[in-house]
Design a protein around this ligand. Structure first.
Ligand code: WQD
Length: 334
């Protein structure tokens, strides 16, 4: 019996594979390295001392999926594979619809063929659009504010309708807030291909000199220091949330949405200042204009996940900042 992890060499996927292996689960991974590197496979094996089956390929390819299900007894699937860059999705919406929806439809079809109907889906807080207030709870209105978010919302709706049509399905929809940090070993972390969009990889680039400056996107928001507030969550806490979700889909049926966040909000400047303090390095930064589409504040209420999944984020922003920098120091990705 195994858990299939699509996109399992990516940032959140690789950390989740580590937690699954360390919990004694058998794991199978499929990835096409669109936003990850083959070295992650050895790094995960080094961390855990355990192996796992790996298939290089695209999740949209039903033939490779059928091969995986024929060669392994897959009981659950954790579905990370998908494009996730918001600005790129605005420029290339069709590419995002085609990739993120195609992969998911192929996965549904092959799972159904093999009688595997337990899924943990990598959703996102972006399905809340611009929340009218904070903290955000799972019953807030859902909307899409960019094509990336539209694909997440479309897939959530597909999961809800699938579970309504066939009660044998059980799906956990995990809405991530802002994952940052890295495994304490420093062997895996956030190492996107190409130019990163998110705050922490850009902080790392500025701190390591890979880029000359970090630009803070606006300091005129209605927040204490004028910069945007987000719910940053340690990627290891997030990975552990997936383990809890696997237990939930083994026991329950239907589509269940959960916020995976800390319930605390920190501003951009607070993250930068914490990063500099815990690591003893400077992050060259200056204020720039607002980034279109940014909400002033977005942070979670994780009470439903705390209660129903028995999961709670434990790591603070100091540990997130320290582990993120340690990954750079250990792997010299400068
Ligand atoms: C965080 C804050 C920026 C870069 C997005 C997606 C979300 C999820 C996480 C996938 C914002 C500020 C950023 C920079 C900055 N992705 N910032 N300078 O936008 O909250 O969420 O990533 O699931 O779905 O929407 O994260 O890290 O891009 O930005 O000042 O160079 O950092 O303005 O306030 P975001 P982010």
């Amino acid at each position: 019996m195994a858990v299939l992890v699509t996109g399992g060499t990516g940032f959140i996927g690789s950390h989740t594979v580590v937690e699954l292996l360390e919990a004694g689960e058998d794991v199978v991974v499929i990835d096409n390295f669109f936003n990850s590197k083959p070295g992650v496979i050895n790094a995960v094996q080094d961390i855990t001392g355990k192996g796992f089956a790996f298939y290089e390929g695209d999740v949209a390819d039903k033939e490779i999926l059928r091969r995986i299900f024929r060669e392994n007894f897959i009981e659950e699937v954790i579905h990370f594979a998908g494009y996730k860059a918001v600005p790129e999705s605005v420029e290339k919406p069709i590419m995002y619809y085609r990739n993120n929806i195609d992969t998911t439809l192929s996965l549904f079809e092959v799972m159904e063929e093999f009688g595997c109907r337990r899924l943990v889906f990598s959703s996102s807080a972006t399905v809340y659009g611009f929340p009218e207030k904070v903290p955000v709870t799972e019953d807030f209105p859902l909307s899409s504010i960019n094509p990336y978010g539209s694909t997440k919302l479309m897939i959530e709706n597909m999961c809800r309708e699938l579970c309504h049509a066939d009660e044998r399905w059980s799906v956990a929809l995990l809405r991530y807030f802002n994952p940052i940090g890295a495994h304490e070993s420093g062997k895996i972390g956030e190492d996107p291909n190409g130019i990163p969009n998110n705050l922490m990889p850009r902080i790392l680039n500025a701190a390591s000199g890979k880029t000359p400056m970090l630009y803070v996107c606006g300091d005129d928001y209605p927040t204490p220091d004028g910069t945007c507030i987000r719910d940053y969550i340690h990627v290891v806490d997030l990975a552990k949330g997936h383990l809890a979700a696997i237990s939930a889909v083994r026991e329950k049926h239907g589509a269940l949405a959960y916020n995976l966040g800390t319930g605390k909000g920190y501003s951009v400047l607070e993250i930068i200042n914490t990063f500099e303090k815990v690591n003893g390095v400077k992050v060259p930064h200056e204020i720039a204009p607002r980034r279109p589409g940014d909400a002033a504040k977005c942070y979670s209420s994780p009470k439903k996940a705390n209660k129903e999944l028995g999961w709670k984020a434990e790591r603070g922003i100091e540990e997130m900042c320290r582990d993120a920098w340690n990954f750079v120091l250990q792997t010299h990705i400068r």
